[in-house]
Design a binder for this molecule. Structure first.
Ligand SMILES: Cc1cc2nc3c(=O)[nH]c(=O)nc-3n(C[C@H](O)[C@H](O)[C@H](O)COP(=O)(O)O)c2cc1C
Length: 222
């Protein structure tokens, strides 16, 4: 762990690309392999994820770093397909993403709502949706949720589960149905939804998506 490989940016990209194409195991470090292999999955199989797998993924989120060691993030797991679909549709109705045009797409293989206007569910029919809530007015709320989400996405990938990070979590609850769900789930009024994490098996027959090439010049060395 933490060993410097001395690889250039271009070499690292090509290592990632090799693993994605399944040609070879590129490192002897499974953590680095998973980091390079994880991609956002938006096309899911109907199959629900097993409870033991869900527990492992949640554990990864619970062990994430958190500001001040406060452990303030609440993970609300919904495996109710009707609820997930309705919230995903509310979210879609409340989203106005900048639609992709020309070569400017989010993902060709796993289209997002910015790529395909026909997608009416911003949760893409994922069988498991985790909404992360944090205290309102807590300066580090987004950071806490994001690091927990990344831990869970990496855990998911390592277990063969697809995931997708969904921002602006509050928009899924921005109508009376969403507000009723918050009450039903017992979410306190001083907490708000920051983001969702979608989980599910990737759709059968889909190739694991390739990453876009990494933009050069983003690392400054002094
Ligand atoms: C802060 C944040 C918000 C995101 N919100 C959404 C979203 O609302 N819908 C979506 O389909 N993907 C969302 N994504 C996923 C990104 O589109 C995705 O990570 C990016 O296109 C890179 O692709 P990759 O994850 O496959 O590497 C979000 C990612 C981040 C980090």
């Amino acid at each position: 762990m933490g060993e410097k490989t001395g690889k250039t940016e271009a070499e690292r990209s090509s290592v990632g690309a090799q693993r994605e194409s399944g040609k070879q195991q590129t490192t002897e470090n499974p953590v680095l392999d998973v980091i390079r292999h994880r991609r956002s999955i938006r096309r899911f199989s109907d199959r629900q994820i097993e409870e033991e797998i869900l527990q492992e993924i949640l554990d990864a989120g619970l062990y994430a770093p958190c500001a001040g060691g406060r452990q303030g993030v609440i993970f609300a797991v919904s495996q109710d397909r009707e609820v997930n679909e309705r919230l995903g549709k509310i979210k879609r109705a409340n989203s106005s993403p900048r639609m992709a045009s020309g070569g400017n797409y989010v993902s060709k293989e796993q289209p997002s709502i910015a790529d395909d206007p026909k997608l009416t569910n911003a949760f893409y029919d994922a069988p498991t949706v985790i909404t992360m809530f944090a205290p309102k007015n807590f300066l580090f709320a987004v950071g806490d949720c994001a690091v927990a989400a990344e831990n869970m996405m990496l855990a998911a990938d390592s277990l063969g589960i697809g995931s997708c990070y969904i921002g602006q979590g509050w928009t899924a609850f921005a109508d009376p149905y969403g507000q009723d769900i918050l009450k039903k789930w017992g979410i306190r009024g001083d907490y708000h939804a920051l983001m969702q994490l979608l989980l599910g098996y990737p759709r059968e027959g889909d190739r694991h998506p390739a990453s876009k090439p990494r933009r050069e010049g983003r690392v400054l060395r002094f």
